[in-house]
Write a protein that binds this ligand. Structure first.
Ligand SMILES: [Zn+2]
Ligand SMILES: [Zn+2]
Ligand SMILES: [Zn+2]
Length: 349
């Protein structure tokens, strides 16, 4: 029998950030599929849409009218998932003493905001210029600082859900910020893993991981002096990537002017590659993971972002997380190394 080869044999890979596993089945991608790429007709969005609640000057559902903004624009979500004024309380009910802790609920306070990246209805991060992207990075930084400083806010999640396939009905370039009282599931897993790694080895998990990826190079997509973009070894989504700050910083608020320029630059390079992959404005969910804003320094944390794009083979063929993945563990066919190589080949302009 041939010796074990990650390029050929089914295997599982460990995600040290969440301490979970992904199943990889590279033998299923032996059949060639290049050249069968299905293309969508080019999208032609107008620069202004009178029915868009995010375009400048338009009225929103609540009756508020957007200013005639020229750069970025931040407003409180008109249908927020969280409210700042939720009364504090909890419920722990059970019948017998033995059943205690089976029905647990607790109040959750928070603030939800929307950030428009540009007054232009038709742009995307990949189509914006460096100055426009830098303004977006600055707004993210200010919002993280401002919301994180509130005493009842302990986590600030900045995220962008892009494309109708991701359930985002409005193409106007924007992201959301949900800031809340308790650490959500994914950051909580990462905090546990980053803390345990630092306690055991006295170093930062992501600093060590990034150094390893930069030595090996095969999963790197692109980088500049301040950020690296790579397909993580344990990626679940076909073209999943991570942006990792080259310097050990725990949040955008601690980044330098040059680092913010670097982030704007790498966002452009990465999203442009994505757009060229299947010649479609690439859908994804992306977001930043920054240290919890509970007032502690969290030296174990390391600023990074995740991109989770759903497309698998073309503009219309997507990966679904169903069946075995819902019931057991996520699975992928194309390896992280192959995905990284394909993204590296793409034009970044
Ligand atoms: Zn719009
Ligand atoms: Zn680090
Ligand atoms: Zn993360």
């Amino acid at each position: 029998m041939a010796s074990f080869d990650l390029k050929v044999h089914p295997h599982r890979r460990f995600n040290p950030l969440t301490r979970e596993w992904v199943l990889v089945s590279p033998h299923r991608t032996q059949r060639p599929w290049l050249g069968q790429v299905e293309k969508l007709p080019p999208e032609s969005a107008p620069t202004y849409d009178a029915d868009c609640y995010m375009c400048p000057g338009n009225r929103r559902a609540t009756g508020a009218r957007n200013p005639l903004y020229r750069g970025t624009f931040v407003f409180d979500n008109d249908y927020p998932a969280l409210l700042a004024g939720t009364p504090e309380g909890e419920m722990r009910e059970g019948g017998h003493a033995q059943q205690k802790g089976l029905l647990v609920a607790a109040s959750e306070r928070g603030i939800c905001r929307v950030v428009c990246f540009s007054p232009r209805h038709d742009l995307t991060l990949g189509k914006m210029d460096q100055a426009g992207l830098r303004a977006v990075v600055d707004v993210w930084t200010e919002q993280y600082r401002e919301l994180g400083a509130l005493p009842f806010i302990n986590h600030v999640q900045i995220f962008e859900n892009r494309g109708a396939i991701m359930g985002c009905s409005n193409p106007h370039p924007h992201c959301q910020i949900w800031a809340n009282e308790h650490l959500p599931n994914e950051p909580a897993k990462e905090l546990g893993a980053l803390g345990a790694y630092q306690a055991a080895r006295g170093s930062c998990l992501l600093c060590d991981y990034l150094a390893l990826e930069r030595q090996q190079g095969e999963r790197l997509v692109t980088e500049n002096d301040h950020f690296s973009a790579l397909v993580p070894f344990w990626a679940v989504w076909p073209f999943e990537t991570m942006l990792i700050a080259r310097r050990h910083i725990t949040g955008l608020d601690l980044s330098t002017d040059e680092e913010r320029d670097g982030l704007a630059d790498i966002l452009k390079r990465l999203t442009t590659r994505y757009d060229h992959l299947f010649e479609v404005s690439f859908p994804y969910s992306m977001g930043f993971h920054q240290r919890p804003t509970d007032g502690k320094p969290h030296p174990e944390w390391h600023l990074h972002a995740h991109f989770y794009p759903p497309l698998l083979r073309s503009a219309t063929v997507r990966k679904f997380m169903v069946g075995y993945e819902m019931l057991a563990t996520p699975q992928r066919d194309i390896t992280a190394e192959t995905a990284a190589a394909r993204l590296r080949e793409m034009r970044a302009e």
